[in-house]
Design a protein around this ligand. Structure first.
Ligand SMILES: [Mg+2]
Length: 209
């Protein structure tokens, strides 16, 4: 079993649809502790990504995720564009010309993506950012890879959801939310929420294809 290029393309389609469906919710979350643009930004970015990916044929993960990265960086300002852009760029660079990969190795490539996000955002686990959903998800994916793809992706999604919910009591240390200090407590981080959605899309694409 493996994660394939077809699954990655399907995951981008699903992520676009899920963001579209939840754009108001993401904006509500961001209006509590940020500048109320996360839903709108991610919606614009993902729409443009799937327009791009549907207009081309891809031979490998590297090409797909490079296009995703360049597209979201060019159409989304604020922090979401550069952060998701870096995530997709590093992920694609690590996967290179592969078009199929074992889930355990896909986890390593996701880790590269996350490292890029953490160095750009100067963020660590516990800062109330997207890192808090992605880091536990990658750990769970890697640790459960030997149990089979479905079990690994289910564990990753459960960990991402847990990580997302764990941002509620945290004090924000990065981004606009950090200006609020203790007033950021009690609100779920919008970036962790959209990152949780991304992992549900990887899981669903893996299960269906
Ligand atoms: Mg914002």
């Amino acid at each position: 079993m493996a994660f394939t290029l077809g699954m990655a393309i399907a995951a981008m389609d699903k992520f676009n649809a899920l963001i579209e469906e939840n754009k108001e919710y993401l904006t509500d979350l961001d209006s509590a502790i940020g500048d109320a643009d996360h839903g709108i930004n991610m919606n614009r970015g993902m729409k443009r990504i799937v327009e791009k990916t549907h207009s081309k044929e891809y031979a490998d993960f590297g090409g797909l995720f490079r296009d995703a990265a360049m597209t979201i960086m060019s159409v989304v300002g604020g922090s979401a564009g550069p952060l998701y852009g870096t995530f997709f760029m590093k992920l694609g660079q690590k996967l290179g010309c592969a078009n199929e990969i074992q889930v355990e190795n896909f986890a390593d490539a996701l880790r590269e993506g996350l490292s890029g996000v953490m160095s750009l955002g100067k963020s660590a686990v516990g800062d109330k950012t997207m890192v808090d959903a992605i880091d536990p998800a990658i750990k769970a994916l890697k640790e459960n890879a030997s149990e089979g793809d479905a079990a690994a992706w289910n564990a990753a999604v459960a960990a991402a959801e847990h990580g997302m919910k764990d941002t509620v009591p945290m004090i924000a240390r990065r981004g606009r939310a950090s200006y609020l200090g203790e007033r950021s407590i009690g609100h779920q981080d919008p970036g962790a929420t959209s990152s949780y959605y991304l992992f549900t899309c990887f899981r669903d694409a893996s299960a269906e294809n």
